[in-house]
Design a protein around this ligand. Sequence first.
Ligand SMILES: NC(=O)c1ccc[n+]([C@@H]2O[C@H](COP(=O)([O-])OP(=O)(O)OC[C@H]3O[C@@H](n4cnc5c(N)ncnc54)[C@H](O)[C@@H]3O)[C@@H](O)[C@H]2O)c1
Length: 357
Amino acid sequence: MGEPISVGVVGCGYWGPNLIRNFKLLRKCRLKTMCDASEERLRHLRTLYPDVEGVTDYCNLLQDQTLDAIVVATPVKYHYPIAKASLLSGKHTFIEKPMASTSAECEELIEIAERNGLVLMIGHTFLYSSPVRKIVEIVQNGDIGEIRYINSRRLNLGLFQKDINVAWDLAPHDISIILHVLGDSPLSVNCQGNANVTNGIEDVTNMSMTFRNKRFATIQSSWLEPRKIREMTIVGTRRMILYDDVQTLEKIRIYDVRVDRPPHYDTFADFHYSYHYGDSYIPKLAQEEPLKTECQHFLDSIEAKTQPLTGGRAGLEMVRILEASSQSLRQNGAPVFLAPTQEGQNGVAAKQNAECV
Ligand SMILES: NC(=O)c1ccc[n+]([C@@H]2O[C@H](COP(=O)([O-])OP(=O)(O)OC[C@H]3O[C@@H](n4cnc5c(N)ncnc54)[C@H](O)[C@@H]3O)[C@@H](O)[C@H]2O)c1
């Protein structure tokens, strides 16, 4: 093993400390600097990691010639300026989801990273989790047949964000999983919602995305629910998968259930749907923290000079979908059609074939 990769983390609020903890544990990494605009947050983190330097101004990280990479875990509106400065100072850059506030910002970041041969990775954490990796394996094996639709619910009381609505906050998790499982990009997005608590910031949204071959996905996101729900159903022509991320051990259950229509019938009396109720089973999952796998993947991509599984283009696609959801919200849920991506509608499928974790 060569020199460890030297990393600095900007943003030590709720999520940043999880990134700090993981990078600190990884052998390939030297966590050198923690940065937060709030001195109070830094004081707390210095008590946890007294050997890591703490600064309030991220410009210190840009000027540090010994730093290889910067991780951005600030509120979304600061992702673009900090990531741009990071890339322009020659650092590999990891940005938390969603990548930026607009697709134009994402495109610029991708261009700077590509021009300078730097790794740009986005924190679509769930793609590094064992349940999602298992679901992709099951789907690709053909076990559930053709996917008909996916339905996802991510609900909780809070945590209310001040600068983005609930779709931009929570739906990126569902969107990243759905695109990865389907291996496709959406053709259109509809979104309806309500701002119940803060004017102009929707705290409840219902999004739907259509795909080729009449497939669709729905995503319900809410900060206004009494219970924490993290549930996704993937309905196939042969079997169905229930993914319940709130469960500690049995997160995935595969149901051998389906319904068939008789191909031919002569009279209405002959017509019967045939319901199949088979066994259900729970696959064994590796007990790994997805964030650890994700942080390791960032370091591996830097070392091997390869595109990460969730690179800038995946981040851009996510932001295009979120922008479409905001446009649809303004138009009371009217469908917003997405132009094909630069990679074509197979952009996501192509990414799936790239080196995976
Ligand atoms: N991947 C995941 O599962 C996951 C989970 C939660 C949050 N997130 C993402 O992580 C990011 C941060 O979310 P959070 O909930 O931790 O937010 P937060 O508001 O709790 O923390 C953000 C921190 O950034 C600091 N900050 C703001 N501007 C700064 C600047 N210019 N320089 C240095 N520090 C600055 C703030 O002081 C604050 O401590 C968001 O993009 C969010 O979407 C990802």
